[in-house]
Design a protein around this ligand. Structure first.
Ligand code: ADE
Length: 430
């Protein structure tokens, strides 16, 4: 390693991912493995989980820059601009695992040569930014740890594939395990004590089903009152229902979902909605009960259920993680346009809102709805099937904003240095 004052960086971007078959309950809190015989269950508890990553290009992703330099005296991290401690076991485990796999790195242009043995002595700086609400039930830590592990692996020339990296990301956040791939991803729990067989595989990439459209209703950006870690622990300790879910429901559902992902939308929708509802039922069955959804979430479920029933077959699936925000999957673009129209009808923006800050992401769906301003929302037609008595039931202001997107890719490296969050000379946040 030459001793000149250099800073070497890598920047990555990772979209969040949404579980369609939910992960809830750990069997090992340190390695983040799903639950075992500790409460009388076998290690197949939640044998695997399936998720889909939404593509939210510039909206809704984590960007992480990692840097290494002989100038740094300790590992440091800034999340959303604020310095935070890296002393937690989850960060320590990810850093240790990645460092142990680092290889020689050479940047001829910058005259930098780092040998494999040097990595143990070098410190890293990390800056991460979520451009969506953090810790509000939108899988920020999953995207965050996946992005961190991916960026560190690139910086340190780690040769392992995404599956192997997923076992490292899993030690930061369970759902991060699924976030190393795009499209539909399955997290296999495995049986080994050391968790080495608990990793993710891609079932289908983002192009496999690219007519799906995802609309996210951000109902609240507030941080959740019960963290997923605490919630899972309490559910495992107190819910009787969780055992039934683990033994009798999830294993079959996983098989059915894998089959349905071959583009059988009605089955995907039925399984997704049923699994979201069952996960929230487990939360309610926990002592003390955990309420992640609110009245607005329930209203959205009820509108979608009524619409699906009136069509005779599902048009839209809904799923809610550990928070009140709805993730709605429309079977195609035409249905997505109708869905957005319905959502805007029920949840119009306050009059002083700019429509483009109320509907984010793919603006062309808003264009298809045929409205240009907040005023136009008032004239949206009443969705079919609502009685006139209920037509006045609008909930202005109950949704913060919507995001229109599609199933998306996994982490990518950003080669443009202007997108880095750390200064190329000092390695400190820009
Ligand atoms: N937790 C929530 N967001 C995160 C991020 N971007 N990086 C690491 N941990 C996180």
């Amino acid at each position: 390693m030459n001793q000149k004052k250099w800073v070497l960086m890598a920047t990555a971007q990772t979209p969040t991912n949404i579980a369609v078959i939910k992960y809830w309950g750990k069997r090992d809190e340190t390695l983040i493995l799903t639950i075992t015989a500790a409460i009388g269950m076998r290690p197949w508890f939640y044998p695997l989980m399936i998720s889909v990553s939404p593509l939210i290009q510039t909206t809704f992703c984590t960007t992480t820059t990692v840097a290494v330099s002989p100038l740094f005296h300790q590992d440091r991290m800034w999340l959303n601009g604020k310095e935070m401690s890296l002393s937690g076991i989850r960060y320590q485990n990810c850093l240790r695992e990645i460092r142990s796999r680092a290889n020689d790195v050479e940047d001829e242009k910058k005259g930098i040569k780092i040998e494999k043995k040097d990595w143990e002595k070098l410190h890293v700086h990390i800056a991460s930014y979520n451009n969506f609400p953090t810790a509000a039930g939108l899988a920020s830590s999953a995207a965050g740890f996946a992005c961190l592990v991916f960026a560190l692996a690139k910086l340190m020339n780690v040769k392992d594939d995404e599956g192997k990296l997923s076992t490292i990301a899993r030690q930061g956040s369970g759902s991060a395990c699924r976030s190393l791939f795009g499209g539909f991803v399955k997290w296999i729990t495995g049986n080994k004590e050391d968790g080495s067989d608990s990793f993710s595989v891609q079932l289908a990439d983002e192009k496999h089903w690219d007519d799906l459209v995802i609309i996210i209703a951000v109902v609240s950006s507030r941080q959740k009152e019960t963290s997923s870690t605490t919630g899972m622990r309490e559910s495992v300790e107190t819910s009787m229902f969780i055992e039934h879910r683990a033994k009798d429901v999830v294993p079959q559902r996983i098989i059915q979902m894998e089959e349905a992902i071959t583009r059988d939308f009605p089955s995907v929708a039925r399984l997704t909605c049923a699994d979201s509802n069952q996960f929230h039922a487990v939360c309610l069955d926990t002592c003390p009960p955990i309420f992640y959804m609110n009245d607005t979430s329930h209203r959205i479920i009820s509108y979608v259920e009524k619409w699906n029933r009136s069509e005779g077959t599902p048009q839209v699936a809904y799923t809610f993680d550990a928070g009140p925000n709805a993730v709605l999957i429309a079977r195609n673009r035409n249905i997505a346009t109708q869905l957005l129209q319905r959502l805007l009808f029920y949840f119009p923006p306050p009059l002083d809102t700019d429509l483009n800050s109320y509907v984010l992401g793919d603006a062309s769906i808003l264009k298809d709805v045929g409205i240009q301003s907040v005023k136009d929302v008032e004239y949206l037609p009443q969705p079919p099937g609502i009685s006139n008595n209920n037509a006045s039931l609008k909930y202005k202001g109950d949704v913060n904003y919507f995001i229109c997107t599609k199933p998306g890719r996994g982490p990518v490296l950003l080669s443009d240095e202007s997108q880095a969050l750390l200064n190329a000379e000092t390695g400190l946040p820009k």
